[in-house]
Design a protein around this ligand. Structure first.
Ligand code: SF4
Length: 345
């Protein structure tokens, strides 16, 4: 890749673009931090959809979050917003979508992009007979966008959640008296990425018998999907279901001993708060590039012959048996969770 000429005084204003989704935005954090280390005098602005702005809002490396409203994503809106990027002397487009190409079209500043792994990922779904290699971890792929600057990223993504959220989490834990709970995040955007509710209940029950508190995390709209699990958790004194803001969930996650999650944004959030994660894969596989980043995580994936059947998830198993998830047993999850082992890292 051709090296990029850096202005003598360094960059003044850098924009990083990743509009969605939660996991992807979290996985861009090492790039943001590497840019900040390399150009401490530059103002870094991050462009993302408003619901993900809190991933960046409290990060000392980020000078400004440009939050895009959900209903302001038409082409004409983006053309008009692109004028705000004219003062940037460097733009790092980590989305590479039609929308970010509109935003970055004809900008004076140099635009860097991450290489795409879409073809390889599609081979995993539609042409496994061609024996595709695993896609590079997405955080690593994003890091490659900085190659023309000879800048390297360091370590796994880490998210800052701000003083208010940290104080709130301290007060919450003190009020409930929970000692290093286990976090669970049973929901995912697509049904085929969710583990079986009765299996979640079994894990919650086993934790209860050991006297370990359980904290379930989800969006408010996701909780009713797991009515029986919510009831099982909330009838215990040492159990709670939280549908809080992203910074508050992040703050509370880092006070847990471990997390069990599906392949979801909350999996990446837990890992970005230095929590050991047990990640359960249904209709996707970690080889698509979205395994939790960092050391010590456990990934449970059956690699059924039909798996992965989708890049992002489906509303139901097209084969009806849903073996990718029904085949993951509570015993396997319990063993991977290893709650008898001290979990602080
Ligand atoms: S069992 Fe196979 S076909 Fe069904 S959702 Fe899982 S991966 Fe897809």
């Amino acid at each position: 890749m051709k090296p990029l000429q850096v202005p003598a005084a360094g960059f003044r204003r850098i924009a990083v673009l990743r509009l969605s989704s939660l996991g992807d935005v979290i996985l861009t954090l090492p790039v943001v931090h590497a840019l900040h280390r390399a150009y401490p005098g530059a103002r870094i602005e991050y462009w993302t959809r408003e619901e993900y702005g809190d991933v960046l809002r409290f990060d000392p490396a980020v000078g400004h979050v440009r939050a895009l409203e959900r209903d302001a994503m038409r082409i004409e809106d983006l053309v008009s917003m692109s004028a705000e990027l004219e003062e940037c002397d460097l733009i790092v487009d980590l989305h590479g979508s039609a929308r970010t190409r509109v935003l970055t079209f004809r900008q004076k500043g140099r635009v860097l992009r991450a290489p795409s792994s879409r073809v390889r990922r599609l081979r995993w779904v539609h042409a496994r007979w061609s024996s595709p290699a695993a896609a590079a971890p997405t955080a690593e792929r994003y890091a490659r966008s900085l190659a023309p600057l000879s800048i390297a990223t360091h370590g796994a993504p880490r998210m800052t959640c701000g003083g208010e959220a940290e104080a709130w989490a301290d007060a919450w834990i003190a009020r409930r008296g929970f000692d290093r709970p286990v976090a669970i995040a049973p929901a995912a955007r697509h049904a085929t990425k969710q583990w079986i509710e009765s299996s979640w209940i079994e894990i919650a029950d086993r934790l209860g018998k050991k006297g370990i508190p359980v904290l379930a995390f989800s969006l408010a709209r996701e909780k009713p999907t797991f009515g029986a699990l919510a009831a099982a958790i909330e009838r215990r004194a040492e159990g709670a279901w939280l549908c809080e803001s992203l910074p508050r969930m992040a703050a509370l996650l880092s006070r847990c001993r471990a997390a069990v999650t599906c392949d979801s944004g909350l999996m990446h959030l837990a890992a970005a708060r230095a929590l050991r994660v047990v990640a359960l894969y249904g209709s996707t596989v970690p080889e698509l590039g979205f395994a939790p980043q960092g050391e010590g995580h456990a990934v449970l994936c059956r690699h059924e012959p039909c798996q992965p059947c989708t890049l992002h998830g489906r509303e139901r198993c097209p084969l009806g048996h849903f073996r990718c998830m029904t085949g993951i047993t509570p015993d396997e999850v319990w063993s991977a969770l290893a709650v008898d082992v001290p979990a602080a890292r």
